[in-house]
Design a protein around this ligand. Structure first.
Ligand code: HEC
Ligand code: HEC
Length: 290
């Protein structure tokens, strides 16, 4: 996390003022003192969010973000960081900070681009801001919202889902053999199968040849560069070769030709497909694959 002392100081000031004294879950709009500034930096107060947009954002969050950032935004065990302490989210005014992240600006750190319309991305951002506004930026114990066990799914339904959606690439007698023995914590297992990447702590997953995004760049004269994709936008593409040396190449329309290979693209395309039930079912099934 990037340090920002001004921000840290304002959190301290808020704490000192007792802004976090009441349990966040109990804070309905009526009970909140009018001067409350929530988790936002003072002076950055904004009008209340549109409830319909927040509601829409909440359901999209449940589908596309929850697996990694947690039901209560405090972060999954291994996936995304705690958004309640995310300075980027705390300073978001109208999606200008959060929407680019959803669109892929932090892919290098393990936050995938999540396919969705800009309207949906703005709705998710509004939901994140609404939660931050309610809880004062501190977060609550994870147990307040997460069920104590995530093993609430139906293994038979999970098996059917697995056979329909996963067996084109995986097999429980092949690459996923004994996965529940290898990853014994169901929560870690869930985060691993949803993201396709095993992470043993917070932060980016280790890159392996099987999950690294690579790009092949072919210049107008036929020169080819290949390597790990570091960054790509309309104007440049940056790749790194095996020893880590980075090369940035200008882009102008179709020149040079850039082919991106993302082994986990299929996983990301599945995010919008999952319901909570699918996720719990598949996890309940995979924990039996010992
Ligand atoms: C596969 C796991 C995964 C999914 C799904 C995911 N994220 Fe993330 N997210 C991450 C990781 C990992 C990071 C940390 C990236 C970094 O530090 O560079 C991150 C970072 C972020 C950040 C920046 C936090 C900060 O302050 O640095 C925001 C905001 C965010 N995610 C929002 C979302 C939203 C909204 C969604 C759903 C639309 C979502 N994420 C889905 C893994 C995920
Ligand atoms: C189009 C291919 C494809 C589909 C479909 C797919 N995956 Fe994956 N999956 C991959 C790739 C590629 C990786 C990363 C390489 C690896 O670790 O196997 C991966 C990784 C994983 C991992 C981590 C493996 C490990 O050993 O740590 C799990 C678990 C997983 N996928 C489960 C699933 C489940 C469950 C589904 C269905 C809901 C699914 N995958 C659908 C391609 C796919």
């Amino acid at each position: 996390m990037r340090p920002n002392w001004l921000f840290a100081a304002s959190i301290l000031a808020l704490s000192a003022a007792g802004a976090f004294a009441q349990p966040p879950a109990a804070a309905t709009p009526q009970q909140r003192p009018p001067q409350r500034v929530g988790g936002f930096v003072p002076g950055q107060q904004r009008p209340p969010e549109d409830p319909a947009q927040v509601e829409r954002g909440k359901s999209i969050y449940g589908i596309s973000c929850r697996a990694c950032h947690g039901a209560d935004l405090r972060g999954g065990d291994i996936g995304g960081p705690n958004l309640l302490r995310s300075q980027l989210s705390l300073s978001d005014q109208k999606g200008e900070k959060i929407v680019p992240v959803i669109q892929g600006s932090m892919q290098a750190g393990g936050m995938p681009a999540i396919p969705m319309s800009p309207e949906d991305a703005h709705a998710v951002a509004a939901y994140v801001r609404s939660v931050l506004g309610t809880i004062g930026g501190q977060g609550r114990p994870p147990s307040a919202m997460e069920p104590p066990s995530i093993l609430v799914g139906n293994a038979a339904d999970g098996k059917a889902f697995f056979q329909a959606k996963c067996t084109s690439c995986h097999s429980i007698d092949g690459d996923l053999k004994g996965i529940a023995t290898r990853i014994s914590d169901p929560r870690v297992l869930q985060n691993t199968w949803v993201s396709g990447m095993f992470r043993s702590g917070r932060g980016p997953a280790p890159q392996t040849p099987r999950n690294t995004v690579t790009a092949t760049v072919t210049t107008a004269t036929g020169q080819k560069f290949e390597g790990k994709l570091i960054r790509i936008d309309d104007f440049t593409v940056t790749i790194a070769d095996a020893d880590g040396t980075q090369r940035t190449i200008r882009r102008n329309g179709d020149i040079p030709k850039v082919e991106v290979k993302d082994p986990l693209a299929a996983h990301r395309e599945l995010y919008p497909v999952y319901t909570d039930k699918n996720m719990h079912d598949v996890t309940a099934y995979l924990v039996t694959v010992k």
